[in-house]
Design a protein around this ligand. Structure first.
Ligand code: NAD
Length: 294
């Protein structure tokens, strides 16, 4: 059996970050400081702490300034709003990102409306989500943007093709469905979710299959059409068996057996994850340029 070629998101992310360096250097020269991303972390979620640290490291490596602003798990919505508004008003901040998930007392839908739409590097503000839906995006959400860059880099034909996406979240599946069906990509998109019936049969029609359900190893060989391009967005830390001292290992939404059916496949780690961060840096550089132009 031939194994799927792995789509190297780490290498592509490095290349894109290298290409950003010229813009970063120019903005630094013209403005006297590098593009700046402020990341807000609420609470102590261990995965979020890792993501936030990775984002700030990536900023430093690409010559951007990354700042982290931490609030306690028990903070009130008003405290979070006040922090976001301070960052919105700060001329030294270009991009503002609120790390998800948020504790239950804070409504993520409300939070999206608090971030200045011109600093909204996650692309989640209703104004930016609306622009994306209308085909004129300002900030494309980072994970869908990273998926598209991977498809482009590996020259995956999209026009007229069947793309199936599992997951309809506002940060991954939903915006990706809009992007893939938009003129330019021109795929025929099916968006599956937790209420979809006959998931395997529907998925097996996809020439492109994107797994963003957040369910470890959900996608098995039966979900995958022979020769399909499979993008695995999921990230899970799987513990060893009960009582085992084996270290945690990372897995995606896609089972390893899929490699025998797919033509191209993104690994976890090293696929969509690093691309998401590269797109975040790109959006921050763009936010810096936008502010300059306004
Ligand atoms: P989410 O929980 O907000 O959304 C999950 C979606 O999947 C929902 O729309 C739900 O209807 C659907 N779903 C859940 N179970 C399903 C099932 N059994 N069958 C079909 N559909 C099902 O999650 P999210 O924020 O979109 O993230 C999805 C996954 O991607 C998570 O594992 C997350 O950690 C990962 N993620 C990775 C990156 C990255 O950079 N690689 C970025 C964001 C999210």
């Amino acid at each position: 059996v031939t194994e799927a070629v792995r789509m190297d998101g780490s290498a592509l992310a490095r290349r894109i970050q290298g290409e950003l360096a010229d813009d970063v250097a120019r903005l630094k020269r013209e403005r006297g400081r590098a593009p700046t991303l402020a990341v807000v972390l609420v609470g102590e979620d261990p995965a979020s702490q890792i993501y936030v640290r990775n984002k700030s490291r990536a900023c430093a490596a690409a010559g951007l300034i990354g700042t982290t602003h931490h609030l306690e798990t028990a903070c009130s919505p008003q405290q979070l709003r006040a922090l976001i508004e301070r960052l919105n008003a700060d001329p030294a901040v270009d991009g503002v990102l609120v790390q998800l998930p948020l504790p239950p007392q804070i409504d993520p839908v409300a939070v999206r409306t608090w971030v200045d739409p011109y600093k909204d590097v996650d692309g989640l503000h209703p104004e930016n989500a609306g622009l994306l839906a209308q085909g004129a995006p300002r900030f494309v959400p980072c994970t869908p943007a990273g998926c598209l860059e991977l498809l482009r880099a590996y020259e995956v034909p999209l026009q007229g093709r069947r793309a199936v996406i599992i997951g309809r979240s506002p940060i991954v599946g939903r915006p990706l469905s809009i992007l893939l069906s938009a003129p330019g990509c021109d795929a025929t998109v099916t968006l599956c979710h937790s209420r979809s019936r006959e998931l395997a049969e529907v998925c097996a029609q996809g020439e492109i299959l994107v797994a963003a359900a957040g369910v470890p190893l959900l996608v098995r060989a039966e979900h995958v059409r022979e020769g399909a391009v499979v993008i695995d967005v999921g990230i899970h830390r799987l513990k060893g068996d009960n009582g085992s001292t084996a270290p945690e290992r990372l897995a995606g939404d896609v089972h390893p057996e899929v490699a025998a059916r797919a033509s191209l496949l993104t690994p976890v780690p090293g696929g969509v994850g690093p691309m998401t961060i590269a797109m975040l840096l790109r959006n921050t550089v763009q936010a810096c340029q936008l502010r300059e132009d306004r």
